[in-house]
Design a protein around this ligand. Structure first.
Ligand SMILES: [Zn+2]
Length: 330
């Protein structure tokens, strides 16, 4: 803001009022009536310029002034690249994002009308709390993060190819972000829907199936989250995965001892116990998917590998289109 005012004082607007009223002009006006019209038009233009100048002086419009006169100064005000900060949202912004620094610095989505969808790969980066990379769960030579990231990237590619969407990854895996920070990245980008992709694990190879966790009843995003969750259950059920619980859409709460408590989405009692922080911090309808069990060979036959990840990504894409009442492109 301060920079804008400084620049303004150095260089007043080009539309500043011009002097059009001189003694000579008044004499000519008497001799040539058509000059009155010309003078009137010029006076009107000058008045409009003055009004625009005053409008620009208002603090709300200083950014516009800054951009008009010193775009390089506006660029300097952008946050430095820091993979650990929510600026990740900007590095993941589509390549054809508007060049206008005002739009790029603010919430990118609203400007171009595209639907902002946040895709959370669930894991990745070196977690300082455990002093090791966050791979998620591991079983049978598979790492959760490899599957969830490949699926998330394939989903972002599908959304990117559809001009109605503006997708973002909540993290590129280069640095560890807590789930609440990944939710905050989505919120900062103005996400209208978030899907967090995970795989389940059990010490036994037997448990299997799909389940997903919606934003719980205490959150205003609950109903829309459940609606999206039901679409996902239908899609992954048709893929051949067993559906866990009553209907595959569940709520997760942490009790006073930080133990996980799972309830079915049919339990609509608003509870203040915390849920998955990525769901509560993103500020939009959100679902965390446990696609299947990494410890179950049947689930992994459907979900792992390039083909499995691509197939899952296409299911997510179709569900996202259905959620927004759109037909899938192509
Ligand atoms: Zn996970």
């Amino acid at each position: 803001m301060a920079k804008g005012r400084v620049v303004y004082h150095k260089q007043p607007p080009a539309d500043a009022p011009r002097s059009v009223s001189t003694a000579g002009a008044r004499q000519r006006r008497r001799r040539h009536p058509w000059l009155r019209l010309l003078v009137a038009v010029l006076a009107l233009a000058a008045a409009a310029g003055a009004v625009y100048g005053l409008w620009l002086l208002h603090p709300v419009h200083n950014d516009r002034l800054l951009a008009a006169f010193a775009p390089q100064a506006a660029a300097e005000t952008e946050p430095a690249q820091d993979a650990a900060a929510p600026s990740d949202a900007q590095t993941d912004a589509p390549a054809d994002a508007p060049a206008d620094p005002n739009q790029a610095a603010a919430v990118p989505p609203a400007g171009d009308g595209r639907i902002v969808v946040a895709v959370d790969p669930g894991h990745g980066g070196v977690n300082p709390n455990i002093g090791a990379e966050d791979f998620g769960s591991e079983a049978n030579g598979l790492r959760e993060v490899d599957i969830t990231y490949a699926t998330a990237q394939a989903l972002v590619d599908l959304l990117q190819a559809d001009t109605r969407f503006s997708p973002l990854l909540t993290t590129d895996g280069s640095a560890y972000l807590k789930p609440s920070e990944r939710g905050a990245v989505a919120k900062a980008a103005g996400a209208q829907l978030l899907v967090s992709i995970h795989l389940n694990y059990d010490a036994s190879a037997e448990p299997s199936g799909f389940e997903c966790y919606a934003a719980p009843p205490v959150l205003s995003t609950n109903a829309e989250s459940v609606r999206f969750g039901k679409l996902l259950v239908d899609a992954f059920g048709q893929l051949g995965l067993r559906i866990r619980g009553n209907n595959g859409v569940r709520y997760l709460y942490y009790d006073a001892n930080d133990n996980k408590v799972i309830l079915e989405s049919t339990d609509t009692t608003p509870r203040s116990d915390p849920t998955f922080t990525v769901l509560s911090s993103c500020g939009c309808p959100a679902v965390l998917c446990e696609e299947g069990f990494i410890s179950n060979a049947g689930d992994m036959a459907l979900l792992a590998g390039d083909g499995g990840c691509q197939q899952a990504a296409e299911l997510y894409y179709q569900c996202i289109c259905a959620y927004f009442n759109l037909e899938p492109a192509g």
